[in-house]
Write a new protein. Structure first.
Length: 275
């Protein structure tokens, strides 16, 4: 059985220190002094937004009630990514994206486009509308926290408040945009030698090349073991995948590490292979 998650031409196009103890005192501490200081504000701009993956951490309505509809995925929260004046929304039922601009602390988004995947889980099927309707309403946004731990707060006109935690993108971590490559991963892993891991299993991989129209260019090479992980990719035995990856140079790699890192960008093709 073979299925494509997205059309290949589309895939080709986008390329803590311990605190000192508080001295004992008989003097009551004023209530105002007991409050946790408000998180420092950060400037909201395209550059800062594009440096992080923004994962939904909190969501409440105007009355403070938790918005359950936005947490249909238990382990994969809704994620926002900003790049080249486009907003991408993932970990929903369908992938969603649209152009955006910042206007006086407002996030103004063009009509969102999305893939047409049907999701059997009703909660997951409703997630697209739950997040899309809130983002398309020109919500107010602000950044707080620090560069190491930023928080993006989105507030709708209805008073819904969504808080996204920022995690640095691979480009931010590795200091470059990386090179786009396509790699085919065989359905089964193979034993491979590793100085620190006994009975190590490696992915079997080979690079693939495509033309701009999505057709295959040339013949794939020989299968080779990959002695490192692909960030963001979890292999399922018996499933062959073609992956679109970003390849980064690693500055000062450890003695037993690779000088390059592979980060998953998209699963282009997936096929169940009979044993």
């Amino acid at each position: 059985m073979k299925f494509h998650l997205l059309l290949l031409p589309l895939a080709l196009a986008a390329c803590t220190a311990e605190r000192p103890a508080t001295p004992a005192t008989d003097t009551p501490v004023p209530a105002a002094a007991q409050k946790t200081p408000a998180a420092a504000s950060m400037a909201v701009d395209d550059t800062t937004l594009s440096r992080y993956h923004w994962r939904l951490a909190e969501a409440s309505d105007a009355g403070g009630a938790h918005i359950d509809a936005l947490f249909a995925r238990d382990v994969k929260p809704v994620q926002l990514d900003f790049a080249d004046n486009r907003l991408s929304i993932s970990n929903t039922c369908n992938l969603m994206n649209g152009g955006y601009r910042l206007d006086d602390e407002k996030l103004k988004i063009d009509s969102l486009q999305q893939t047409l995947m049907a999701c059997a889980d009703p909660r997951l099927a409703e997630l697209d509308g739950a997040i899309g309707s809130r983002l398309e309403g020109n919500p107010r946004i602000r950044l707080a926290g620090s560069e190491e731990s930023p928080r993006l707060q989105v507030t709708t006109d209805a008073g819904d408040k969504l808080v996204f935690a920022g995690e640095p993108t691979a480009a931010s971590r590795y200091g470059s945009e990386g090179a786009q490559v396509f790699m085919e991963v065989a359905a089964q892993t193979v034993p491979c030698s590793h100085p620190l891991i006994a009975d190590k299993q490696c992915l079997q991989v080979r690079e693939r090349t495509y033309r701009d129209d999505g057709t295959v260019a040339g013949e794939p090479g020989e299968w080779e073991p990959l002695y490192q992980e692909i960030e963001g990719y979890t292999h399922e035995a018996g499933v062959r995948n073609v992956l679109r990856l970003k390849r980064y140079k690693v500055a000062n790699p450890p003695a037993d590490g690779s000088s390059v890192a592979y980060v998953l960008d998209m699963v282009v093709e997936s096929e169940q292979v009979a044993p």
